[in-house]
Ligand binder design. Structure first.
Ligand SMILES: [Zn+2]
Ligand SMILES: [Zn+2]
Length: 358
């Protein structure tokens, strides 16, 4: 996802109300992001205008391109543009967005009858090519390795809207920052790191889901009590009036729509951890289950070394929470805020808990 912010884009200067079945490109963006586009600044770097339209931007690496909020003048410009860091991209590929599921006529038209006459070995090569995991882009890889539907972009402000949407549609959204290390971790835990056939990986992934979902979840509260790590508590640190909670996800990325209703089950689809001090998958499941019952917490965002949890309302008993989070993730205390009281201050009034393992 990060590379989208490095990319040099060109505007396709789309206007009008017939971009897709959503209507205009701006409406297409709004339908997916669920926020008003005109509430945003123009996402072109260096531009201070307000956004007025959904701009369709393309590049050599991303020929199908994306829709981002732009002002009229940036949308009509011939200059190459870069997009501001953190801007939300919605794919302009209609087959994975608003027309998803409706088998496109264009696709079948692409296969003229002459295709029936190609040499047999050519055919075989083509199939092998299509089944090659390494040929996929990050978005497609994420879809294969999780077996879930994925979408583009999300921020704290619309994360909770996605969660509401998920309650109706039967998924839990998890924001995922994909990079090579993240994929490596996923592939190792799924035990498919030496497998390159997409169809074979899909089978492995499905078997893994079944196995993990059937596994009994251990008692997360008991785990935290048994493994409790003590750290300094200095009440005075909580009196810092200057401190303002920063409610943000550590990293941005794609949304994985995990088809479960209970948040601890997402770890069956996004296995994580088991390296250095980061607990293994069964512990994430156990602690998540306990935190969901106790605080209504959801694992909300992942990168290769961070997990952000989200609660609808900040937790009141900060001492208890800081002790629990510190035990689960002592690296943020030992190498960060140093005391549980300083950790509690960061959690005060915050709906997002940022965890990180070294
Ligand atoms: Zn659309
Ligand atoms: Zn602009």
């Amino acid at each position: 996802m990060m590379d989208l912010y490095q990319e040099m884009w060109t505007s396709k200067k789309v206007t009008g109300d017939n971009f897709c079945q959503c209507g205009s490109a701006g409406k297409h963006w709004q339908n997916h992001i669920m926020l008003s586009l005109t509430a945003y600044p123009c996402t072109a770097k260096g531009c201070a205008n307000k956004a007025t339209v959904g701009g369709h931007i393309v590049s050599e690496n991303f020929p199908q391109g994306y829709i981002v909020p732009l002002c009229d003048s940036c949308n009509q410009s011939d200059e190459p543009i870069q997009i501001k860091y953190g801007a939300l991209f919605v794919s302009a590929d209609l087959s994975i967005t608003c027309q998803k599921g409706s088998r496109s006529k264009a696709k079948t038209d692409e296969l003229p009858d002459e295709n029936m006459d190609v040499q047999d070995d050519e055919k075989i090569e083509k199939i092998a090519d299509e089944d090659d995991f390494n040929k996929l882009n990050d978005f497609e890889k994420l879809g294969v390795l999780t077996g879930c539907e994925c979408e583009f972009g999300c921020s704290v402000e619309n994360y909770f809207k996605y969660r509401e949407k998920g309650k109706k549609e039967g998924f839990i959204p998890v924001l995922v920052d994909t990079d090579d290390v993240f994929f490596e971790q996923l592939e190792i835990l799924l035990k498919c790191e030496s497998e390159r056939s997409i169809s074979r990986i899909k089978e492995i992934v499905e078997e893994y889901h079944e196995k993990m979902l059937a596994m009994p979840v251990v008692d997360g509260k008991a785990y935290l009590e048994k493994n409790h790590i003590d750290a300094k508590w200095d009440e005075a640190e909580l009196e810092d009036d200057e401190f303002e909670a920063e409610e943000q996800f550590t990293k941005g990325g794609y949304i994985v729509k995990v088809p479960v209703t209970e948040p601890w089950r997402i770890w069956a689809y996004l296995p994580y951890g088991g390296w250095n001090a980061c607990p293994d998958v069964s512990v994430h499941m156990a602690v998540s289950k306990y935190w969901y019952k106790q605080y209504g917490a959801y694992p909300a965002a992942l990168s290769f070394d961070t997990i952000d949890y989200a609660v609808e309302k900040p937790v009141e008993d900060l001492e208890k929470l800081a002790n629990e989070i510190g035990t689960y993730c002592f690296d943020i205390v030992e190498q960060g805020c140093e005391t549980y009281s300083a950790l509690a201050l960061e959690l005060k009034n915050s709906r997002i808990w940022n965890l990180w393992w070294d």
